[in-house]
Ligand binder design. Sequence first.
Ligand code: NOJ
Ligand code: CA
Length: 682
Amino acid sequence: MKSLHLALGLGLGLGLALAAVPALAQQSPPVTATSPDGAVSVAVSIDGDGRAAYAVTRKGKAIIAPSRLGFLFTDVAKIDRRLTITSTEQRDFDETWTQPWGEWAQIRNRYREFKVHLKETTALARVFTVTFRLYEDGLGFRYEFPQQPNMAKTRVADELTEFAFAQDGTAWWKPAYLWNREEYLYNKTGLSAVSTAATPITIRLADGTHVALHEAALVDYAGMNVTRTEGTTLRANLTPGAGEPKVQKTGAWSTPWRTLIIADDAPGIYHSHLMLNLNEPNKLGDMSWFKPGKFAGVWWNMIKGEWSWARGPKHGATNANVKRYIDFAAANGIPDVLVEGWNVGWDGDWFGNGCDMDFTKPTEDFDIAMLAAYAKKKGVRLVGHHETGGAVTHYENQLDRSFAFAAKYGMMVVKTGYVTDAGQLERVDPDGTKYREWLESQWMTNHFVRVAETAYKHRIAFDSHEPVKGTGLHRTYPNWVAREGMRGMEYNAWGGKNPPEHEANIVFTRMLEGPMDFTPGILSLEGERGSAILSTIAKQLALYVVIYSPVQMVADTPENYAKYPAPMKFIRDVPTDWQDTRVLNGEIGDYVTIARKERGGEGWYVGAVGDEEARSLSFKLDFLTPGKRYRAEIYRDGDDADYRTDKRHSIVIENKVLTSADSLSLKIAPGGGFAIRLVPVK
Ligand code: NOJ
Ligand code: CA
């Protein structure tokens, strides 16, 4: 204890003061920093055993009680006890940057950075820094290890980072490590009843403060899940590698940012830009070739089981079908058409077994040259599809030529997929060794970056299904335009449909990761064998505003859209790229109303979704430009609309003239929602 004592004293320049404290009870006084606006503070302390902890307060209230920092390794002693703070540094940063596409055109990145340098007082004498970035709406922190003799190679067994919430509360969370990957409904439980959860996890603390725990910039590291250890304390639980340490590093390394968004209410959580800001700027370059937009697709009939991806009598991707979808897209101003099952490889058991997939070999009934030319003549592009079936190395081996092939046929976007059970992705190393990987393993986080870089070489954007979770990386790799990573519309084709509260849950959880390819707009409200989707038709329209993606699917079939020409107008009109976004109201899992201003225009679009209860939502239109008059095209649930009855198609479409001085109060049916287009009138 003597030596620890001395090191602490020297490190802080407080030797004299500390020398008077009995060794065992010794604690260094915490070092602290505050966000530029003063709201969020962090304190880092060392306890009598030399263990480091951080604590977070907001507006003077404890949010995170002292929580441990540290690591376990597979080959050397852990980093945990016998630490000392050697020095600290602070710097302020304030910049506004422009998103090539997104929910907001301009993003302000204003933070105070606080670096806490630590050193072990053991013989290993390892050094590292915990860097905090403090924002008005939360913080991120990461560990940074410089190159050093006792850490030439690092093999992380797990991270000991804790998140000890200072109060109990209600948590919305998805289980981690289960077979269906990210595709689970959110649990709503007490925080003190969470088991092992994927992030983001969103918590409403007892005093009403909302906190979202997640991570930013997950690259070359294992994804973080969290396990509750006791009470309201969660601890990092890194995704395993395949029979290897969870993370392997050579030389200097750092972790992704561990993030806590903190706000007074649910809308405040959504408004945070902290996730994007903690990612590095665009590493790829010019993105002007990417035009956000909608896409139709040879898809819903496959998901419903009426058509097949495989060749045979039910094959969906035939010349005749694809031409019909291109005609539909052209007639509705939809610039892209996805075609699944277009390539060789689907005929056998492709689920979890994509080794026959070839993304440069169309099937004989899909004439790609003819279809690409036909589409081009009509002002439409094809969207490619690379379903890997989880055969990841097999995909990497054909990655470059697959994107070159897509580019050759004029595609701007490719949808990718990794359908296999969790922990079953196939990796084959150059020496032939086979591994089974998790989606969020270190190797897979790097795989997705290889996809982004390769796709970009060919000026292609991609939309990954069964992806690694989003951590704001689309700032750095802006051609990674969307991903799935949650139960999307496809679950409404099958038994066990998404419940009415699903979208009001995911806005404040999954959507914090970034854009989601939810595939909205099933106006028929029917899944397989005519089974009812638990939604009204107005809610399907609302999803185009509520669930953000720069590439939004117009997911139903042309035949079904022909039956609903009036609501179809909203789908035609709604843009997919925004200047500004405001969450006007919302409670997690109950309801939410979002207003968005189109980029490059003066129109505003409002969408609201509810849950299984009927309710009325009121909001001001003070986001509109004062002095302007707007024609409001309102698509709302009919008075008799109800997701439980055959009235789920009941919709009222009405026009009003409104200004920024007006308010609206609209009813939402059980399972319902509303959508509004506001365009200035001359
Ligand atoms: C699952 C995806 O989510 C879905 O959109 C796709 O059609 C199938 N996999 C086949 O790739
Ligand atoms: Ca899926």
